[in-house]
Every structure is written in structure tokens, then in C-alpha cells.
Ligand binder design. Structure first.
Ligand code: TRP
Length: 345
């Protein structure tokens, strides 16, 4: 990897993030991504939020359900409070700039950089020779997503840190190669509670849609009883009641996770949660957490179901988003084509 890049880019600040349309959304996706997007929007950030279906086909997938999964993620974005008038909400494959810029950036990225990507190694597994070229190139497409809008900030989990660093390296190499600061150096925005929600059955593993244990996660579409049951059955430990300070969470990953979830839902720090619940037993804390989770998720779930039953509203929002996305990306692509030297007769 090259040295950390800098840029004199002085354009507007803009947020970009993407969510893959694979499987059901869970509490980790909600607290780690969707809720944060909505907060950024309501704090006045210009935001572009994309369902990344091009990324979804880099691994074996079910093509019959990709379209409905894409719509479902869009429904979740809307249900969580993203507003198609304030933010840009769209599907990646509807905007050509992503694939076109990815090609140009492919010619900036170096094989050696991509060979270091740990996500590729994890996803490709032992038989990397049989992985798709698309999976190898995944990070360059992600760089194109971000840079097609000259986005400056990217709210993502810490598992995406390496991809963001690659994005900066690709942007930096483009700027250097063509001798102009065209692209910003996008930064992560991962602060705050909820950045890392863990499995309810193992506090050292991320909550994941691919975990075979259904009780390890809370899905956004779970009903109130299911949510309450999963929280009551969540793993704790035998080290006693709730600790009264943050130091007491050390070595207690499951308890730390439940405290983190409570805090992320209630917009409270771990300290504040423990000030309220320190010294109480899980027989008190878990029902309180279950009630909070249900109260928080029920309106979102209801709205998601309503949207899925009436997908015209989703599609109208996405069409509007496509238009707005193209309006931002096309002038940037014109600039890129000119700088790269493509001739348009
Ligand atoms: N790789 C991201 C993830 O798995 C998804 C993604 C694709 C993304 N393109 C992006 C996130 C651009 C932020 C910006 O979570």
C-alpha cells in the first residue's frame, strides 16, 4: 500500500454509504448503519444511500430473489426515516457511473493492494483460485461508489476500514497520476454506540445474517414476542449482576454487548446505562431491554411491512433517487472522462 494520501480537495462535504441486499436485516444493521444514516440526515448532512446490488453478485447468490431483497433494503431505509426528498436513496445498478468509474479506477489500483484485502481472503476461503474476479475487485467498485459522488465521509462499520484506506489510495493515485486534486480522501464515520453489535449467543462474534443460530440475532421483521424471547434467552455469564461501572464490563463481552445495544437504542452511553442498571440482576435488565427494543423497532417493522405491501411507494422513491444520483455523478464522470483523455466526438 502507498503512504497515507492527502488531497487539497475543497469541495462540499457529502456522505455516501451502501448496504448489500443479502438476506434479512438485523439489529446490527439497524444500529450500525440505518439509524446512523437517519441521524446524519437529521443533523443536516448531504447523504447518498445506496443498495449495492452490483456487490451482491460477487459471490454465489439467488438471482430469483435479488430484486425483492433490493426492494426490502430500500423499504428499510425509508422505514427508518431516510427521506427521499432530503437524501438520495437508490439502487447501485441503476446508475451507470458506478461501473464506468470502477473500470477507470481498476487501472489505478495495483494488484498488490487488492491482494492484501482481508475481506477477500475471508470470503474466498481456501480455494481463492475459484473466487470470482468480481469478488477480488469488490473494493475498487466500492471506491467507485464513493468517488463517483466525490463523497468525503463514509459511515461504515470498522470491518470496512481497510476498504476505505484502499479508496483513499485509489483516489490519491488518480490525483497524482493526472496531476489534479479531482477526488477527496474520504474518511470513515464510525463513532458512537452501536458501531459493533455482537451475536446474542457469543459476545465475541459480530451479529450476522449468516449465523445458523436464529437466536443469535434480532431481525428487523421479528414480531414483539420473538424479540422479547431472543433477548431473554441471550447469553450472559456467571460473574454476577450488572456491573456499576464500565470497568466492570471488561472480560464480560455478552453483558457489554447488551449494555451497548441498550445504549444505542436509547441514545445513552455505557456509563449512563450502568448508572441506571448497575447492581440489578439480568431478570430486571433483560425485560427492560426487550421492552425498549420492541418499542423502538415495532413502528419501523410496521412501516416496512406497509411499504412491502405497497411497493409503488418504494419504487417511486428509488426512481427519484436514481435521478438525483445521476445529476450528481454525471458531471463528475464528464470531468473524469476528459481528464483521462477519452475523446467524445
Ligand atoms: N462493503 C460494504 C459492506 O459490506 C458495502 C458497500 C459497498 C459500501 N459500497 C459501499 C459501504 C460504499 C460504504 C460505501 O458493508
Amino acid at each position: 500500500m502507498t503512504d497515507e494520501q492527502t488531497s487539497t480537495y475543497a469541495g462540499p462535504t457529502r456522505v455516501f454509504s451502501g448496504i448489500q441486499p443479502t438476506g434479512n436485516l438485523h439489529l446490527g444493521n439497524y444500529l450500525g448503519a440505518l439509524k446512523k444514516f437517519t441521524t446524519l440526515q437529521n443533523d443536516g448532512w448531504d447523504g447518498i444511500y445506496c443498495v449495492v446490488d452490483l456487490h451482491a453478485i460477487t459471490m454465489p447468490y439467488e438471482h430469483e430473489v435479488l430484486a425483492s431483497q433490493t426492494r426490502q433494503i430500500a423499504a428499510a431505509m425509508l422505514a427508518c426515516g431516510l427521506d427521499p426528498d432530503q437524501s438520495v436513496i437508490f439502487v447501485q445498478s441503476s446508475v451507470r457511473a458506478h461501473t464506468e468509474l470502477a473500470w477507470v479506477l481498476n487501472c489505478m489500483a495495483r494488484m498488490g493492494w487488492l491482494e492484501k484485502m482481508t475481506q477477500f481472503k475471508d470470503k474466498a476461503g481456501k480455494d481463492a483460485e475459484r473466487a470470482s474476479v468480481g469478488l477480488f475487485d469488490y473494493p475498487v467498485l466500492m471506491a467507485a461508489d464513493i468517488l463517483a459522488y466525490k463523497a468525503t465521509h463514509v459511515p461504515v462499520g470498522d470491518d470496512q476500514t481497510q476498504h476505505l484506506e484502499l479508496t483513499r489510495n485509489v483516489a490519491g493515485r488518480f490525483n497524482q497520476y493526472y496531476g489534479q486534486d479531482v477526488f477527496p480522501m474520504p474518511e470513515g464515520l464510525i463513532k458512537g454506540p452501536g458501531a459493533r453489535i455482537m451475536s446474542l449467543k457469543d459476545g465475541t462474534k459480530k451479529m450476522s445474517k449468516s449465523d445458523p443460530a436464529e437466536n443469535s440475532r434480532i431481525n428487523l421483521i421479528d414480531d414483539a414476542d420473538t424479540i422479547a424471547r431472543k433477548i431473554k434467552k441471550s447469553k450472559t455469564d456467571t460473574l454476577g449482576d450488572m456491573p456499576s461501572d464500565v470497568e466492570g464490563l471488561e472480560g464480560r463481552p455478552e453483558v457489554a454487548n447488551l449494555v451497548g445495544i441498550y445504549g444505542a437504542l436509547a441514545d445513552m452511553s455505557d456509563e449512563q446505562v450502568l448508572a441506571e442498571y448497575g447492581g440489578t440482576g439480568f431478570g430486571t435488565f433483560k425485560p427492560a431491554l426487550a421492552e425498549l427494543a420492541v418499542e423502538h423497532l415495532a413502528p419501523i417493522t410496521a412501516r416496512m411491512r406497509e411499504l412491502m405491501d405497497n411497493p409503488d411507494e418504494i419504487d417511486a422513491a428509488l426512481r427519484k433517487g436514481t435521478e438525483k444520483a445521476n445529476a450528481i455523478a454525471e458531471p463528475i464522470m464528464d470531468e473524469v472522462r476528459r481528464i483521462v483523455g477519452f475523446w467524445r466526438p
